[in-house]
Design a protein around this ligand. Structure first.
Ligand code: SF4
Length: 424
């Protein structure tokens, strides 16, 4: 297999931004003549997550897996774990090199430099071949909102936005390489362009970016990954309404339905304000998918607060709910709050609200049975093609006798039932 020293592998944990970062490292290395392999690589990069204690445990397991699968590899640990807990990560892992989240160029230079090559300045558009059908386009990094439970501002505080021209070029390259859906991603997307110094003449904002991408000829599908609820503008909603290829999907982290808890979390909206955002969305786009994150067991969350969250979730009827049991980080303000909730109680509340989330997802998906949705076929599993609808739920399509469908196709079909994982 050629020069074994040019083989590398990347293991990624955590959010879409981390996945984008790994893809950037991979593109740069491939652009410099390196090759991705699944095992026996010379370099194994573990791009870590530290958002919860579980994420750190999974990172440790991933390092062990990387070592097993690449026994002779030099292991590089990057991402949020070394960024947030440098000494702990160094002490508790057996990796050879450590890099923080914004040190991707250093990783590439280390690996490329090990072959005596000139150090490489990675370019975002280098070598997009081999990307997935759904392309995560990272356009923004950094958050300084400091919600009291969140580690992100401690590891990704520097604000950065990709220039619109560069984003458009990257979209064109991704489409040429076979991507069918562009997912605009960032740590805090609503802050896109906020890093620009010239506030008065700054034309770089999220709607301007979306308009520029929608103008790319032949763009099959566009989606926003996630938005803060207070950052959904009417202009953006109009763009979704008017452009059939801009998915009617909104992931708006709610976190809690009690104003008291939202305030303690440092979230800049009330429960009523959140409801008003959802009403604005549904008034313009009645069938829009609205999903959310919820944190249960935040310090001081009483039964009454939890009931307020349950009522809000029942009222809104989310298309999907992601439930996170609260877990502390010593760096965040919430870890020092009194009235930490017992883990058993957190688990009990998480189970209750997860059940509600599943019922809500079923109710939402039921609306589409025997109605037409547009499915982007991604893979074939156990005799069925699976793809995502514009509303973000998976739709299986029978593969037997269906020679017309293949990965990467966009097909219009009526879903025959709800996604298996949401069934009762
Ligand atoms: S907005 Fe809040 S939850 Fe989101 S990344 Fe920033 S600090 Fe974290």
């Amino acid at each position: 297999m050629g020069n074994k020293k040019l083989l590398f592998n990347i293991y990624t944990l955590g959010c879409k931004v981390n996945q984008c970062d790994s893809a950037e490292i991979s593109r740069s290395l491939r652009g410099a003549g390196f090759k991705v392999v699944e095992k026996n690589a010379a370099w194994a990069i573990v791009n870590s997550c530290a958002v919860t204690a579980t994420a750190i445990r999974k990172t440790r397991q991933m390092i062990a897996k990387a070592r097993r699968e690449n026994p002779e590899a030099k292991i590089v640990l990057s991402g949020c774990w070394p960024s947030a807990y440098w000494s702990e990560a160094k002490k508790n892992s057996s990796c050879a090199y450590f890099f923080k989240v914004n040190e991707r160029k250093k990783i590439v230079n280390l690996i490329v430099g090990s072959q005596g090559q000139t150090k490489l300045e990675p370019t975002a558009c280098a070598c997009l071949i081999g990307q997935k059908i759904r392309y995560f386009l990272k356009v923004q990094d950094g958050c300084q909102q400091f919600c009291t439970y969140c580690l992100v501002p401690y590891v990704r505080s520097r604000l950065w936005s990709k220039p619109i021209k560069q984003a458009v070029l990257e979209v064109k390259s991704a489409l040429q390489a076979g991507a069918k859906e562009i997912v605009i991603s960032g740590t805090h997307l609503g802050w896109y362009g906020k890093d620009k110094k010239d506030k008065k003449h700054n034309t770089q904002n999220l709607t301007a970016l979306v308009k520029a991408i929608l103008a790319v000829p032949g763009l099959p599908r566009l989606r926003l990954s996630s938005l803060e609820p207070n950052e959904v503008s009417d202009e953006l909603l109009d763009l979704v309404k008017k452009n059939h290829n801009f998915c009617p999907f909104f992931h708006l982290p709610l976190q809690a339905g009690s104003d008291r808890v939202l305030k303690a979390m440092g979230r800049p909206y009330s429960a009523q304000e959140y409801i008003r955002v959802i009403s604005r969305i549904r008034k313009k786009i009645p069938l829009a998918a609205v999903s959310a994150d919820i944190i249960v067991g935040f310090p001081g969350e009483t039964e009454k607060d939890f009931t307020a969250t349950l009522s809000l979730v029942k009222k809104i009827k989310f298309s999907r709910l992601h439930v996170f049991p609260f877990s502390t980080h010593e760096k965040t303000a919430a870890s020092r709050f009194p009235e930490q909730i017992d883990n058993r109680e957190i688990k009990k509340r998480a189970d209750i609200i997860r059940r509600l989330g599943l019922a809500s997802a079923r109710e939402y998906q039921n609306k589409f049975i025997n109605r037409s949705v547009q499915v982007l076929i991604e893979k074939k599993i156990a005799g069925a093609y699976i793809g995502k609808s514009e509303y973000y739920f998976n739709v299986p399509i029978k593969a037997k006798g269906n020679k017309l469908v293949k990965s990467g196709d966009l097909v219009i079909v009526p879903p025959r039932g709800i996604e298996p994982r949401f069934r009762e």
